[in-house]
Design a protein around this ligand. Structure first.
Ligand SMILES: *Cc1c(COP(=O)(O)O)cnc(C)c1O
Length: 397
């Protein structure tokens, strides 16, 4: 019996250039983003400028986490208590958490067969609830038809916040993920596409939204020290009207992120080679379903999702268990017990009027997820996929 030996939670080392920059910051003691000399830009300032340039957007704020960026993006968009915010029912906990943190109420939208948001359900829930905000997760890197999403948002006058935690580096029809909505949020948590342990970004093309986000993020009155930000005139009123919810990025994390951002496109290609290897082996096994990726979608395969549509809950648990015994760590999104990074929408019991979503239930009941860390070689990916095929054969009903 072949067993895989590497860890699914081991990421690559920080690039040497990042380590050197971090050591320099430590030696200077100037870790705070505003601890600069006159005319100097901090590592955080430079990171914001570089990320704005990478995305091709005017404004970027680096902050404490992806979830924090999601929270303040709602606040900056003007969400207030009891407003309704549409979001995917199939997403990760920081999304409904950010909505709850803003005082608003999540309206969960079904998942479609391609693991994206169900666009028909989105449209009917937009019409039904009158919600003016959509927090759209590109969950596990799957991009919905962005033209249709934008069209619906325009028609219903919905403010679109893209959750790009899994699509940093991805595009739709050649246009970067995160440039379709009004705001986009990214994460630099260890298991995303660049790693500072914790960290996040908010980007937008709206100067007022950006000015509010800067104030919210804990800029004190130092907003003029933001360079990927609108001119000081934009802050004239906003500086008095906006509370400070400290959640800043610091220079140490910015220093290790900058060289990773410079490498991002190369890393994305490495992820995709691994993804395609696994996809190819699993995809031909009858009983395993992997939705094809649309041609318009230039995704980043940092994880893979697949379904075993004929499997019962019991067999799903068996697959997870047997793969685990052979060193292949799968997560089952249908598990009634929230585990590790996965949880079902109905485990977020703080959501008022938690709906029943039979279609989402059905899809997640046979949906598996696997991380693809870049510490795995392409040969590792072959072995992993073959282990999964063996186990699925063994558990076949
Ligand atoms: C990781 C993640 C976030 C942001 O998470 P943080 O841990 O707060 O950086 C948001 N949405 C999804 C779908 C995520 O996976």
């Amino acid at each position: 019996m072949r067993v895989f030996k590497k860890s699914f939670t081991q990421q690559e080392a920080i690039p040497e250039a990042g380590i050197a920059a971090a050591v320099e910051i430590l030696r200077s003691g100037r870790l705070h983003r505003y601890n600069t000399l006159p005319g100097e830009k901090s590592e955080t300032d430079l990171l914001e400028l570089e990320f704005a340039e990478y995305q091709g957007v005017p404004y970027c704020l680096a902050c404490a986490s992806g979830g924090y960026a999601l929270h303040i993006s709602l606040r900056a968009a003007g969400v207030s208590v009891a407003d309704k915010v549409l979001c995917n029912a199939f997403t990760l906990a920081p999304v409904p958490g950010a909505i709850h943190n803003s005082g608003a109420e999540p309206v969960l939208v079904d998942v479609a067969d391609d693991y994206c948001i169900d666009i028909d359900d989105l449209e009917s829930k937009a019409a039904e609830t009158g919600a003016r905000f959509l927090m759209l997760s590109h969950m596990r890197g799957h991009l919905a038809d962005m033209n249709r999403i934008v069209e619906i948002c325009d028609r219903y006058d919905i403010f679109l916040i893209e959750d790009c935690a899994h699509t940093m580096g991805a595009s739709w029809n050649g246009r970067k993920s995160g440039t379709f909505g009004d705001v986009a949020c990214f994460s630099a948590q260890t298991y995303k596409h660049i790693n500072s342990g914790e960290g996040g970004f908010l980007t937008t093309r709206h100067s007022e939204v950006m000015a509010r986000a800067v104030m919210l993020s804990g800029s004190y009155m130092l907003f003029e020290r933001h360079f990927a930000s609108p001119p000081k005139e934009s802050f004239e009123q906003i500086r008095y009207e906006t509370p400070n919810y400290s959640g800043r990025m610091d220079n140490l994390r910015a220093a290790i992120l900058r060289p990773q951002l410079a490498d991002l496109d190369v890393q994305c290609k490495r992820w995709n080679r691994r993804y395609r290897i696994i996809e190819k082996i699993l995809g031909v096994r009858p009983g395993i379903r992997i939705p094809g990726r649309p041609e318009a979608e230039q995704f980043v395969g940092s994880s893979i999702q697949f379904s075993l549509p004929q499997f019962s809950a019991e067999s799903m648990l068996k697959v997870v268990e047997l793969c685990g015994a052979r060193g292949v760590v799968l997560k089952w999104f249908g598990d009634s017990i929230p585990r590790d990074y996965t949880s079902r929408y109905d485990s977020w019991r703080y959501i008022p009027h938690l709906p029943q979503l039979p279609k989402t239930e059905q899809i997640i009941s046979t949906l598996l997820d696997m991380r693809i860390p870049l510490t795995f070689s392409e040969e590792d990916c072959v072995l992993i996929a073959e282990v999964i095929v063996d186990v699925v054969n063994e558990c076949r009903i």
